[in-house]
Design a binder for this molecule. Structure first.
Ligand SMILES: [Zn+2]
Ligand SMILES: [Zn+2]
Length: 150
């Protein structure tokens, strides 16, 4: 594994609270399901499929049904807390509170995040060349993950 930045428990807690406040500022309720989803995504520090999320949810909250999880996920996406990438059959969900780009492994489909700041100069150069303004999280690069490259 490459030196993925591992969030400390404290950082994770702070980010969770920031997200909670953002949800509340939008006049939404901060539900058990939303908290559990965000915590799961923070813990995974990456993007997970709806199925992986659901499995993780039911492991911790056996009483939580399918529709509760999906509804919470949908509302979080609507509020811009979570975003999805990929197509039908392989949609992955990740936290969108911190702008980032994606690199997707063409072999196994795993996704890594690239902080938006890392590509800031490139994006600015591409914008001035094309005259387009790029949306914050629009770049998806194709590649091969460490496991698949070997
Ligand atoms: Zn993402
Ligand atoms: Zn791979």
């Amino acid at each position: 594994m490459k030196s993925a930045d591992v969030m400390t428990g404290q950082e994770r807690q702070r980010r969770l609270h920031r997200i909670r406040d953002r949800v509340r500022r939008r006049g939404r309720r901060w539900t058990v399901a939303k908290a559990a989803l965000v915590e799961e995504l923070l813990g995974a520090s990456g993007h997970l499929s709806a199925r992986e999320l659901h499995e993780a949810m039911t492991a911790q909250h056996p009483q939580m049904d399918h529709s509760t999880v999906y509804r919470a996920l949908h509302i979080l996406a609507e509020d811009g807390i979570v975003h999805s990438l990929g197509g039908p059959g392989h949609t992955l969900f990740g936290l969108a509170d911190e702008p980032h780009h994606h690199v997707v492994c063409g072999v196994c489909g795993s996704v890594a995040e690239i902080p938006a700041g890392d590509l800031g100069d490139l994006v600015a150069a591409a914008e001035s060349r094309t005259g387009y303004s790029f949306s914050a999280q629009s770049l998806t690069l194709a590649g091969r993950c460490v496991a698949c490259a070997g």
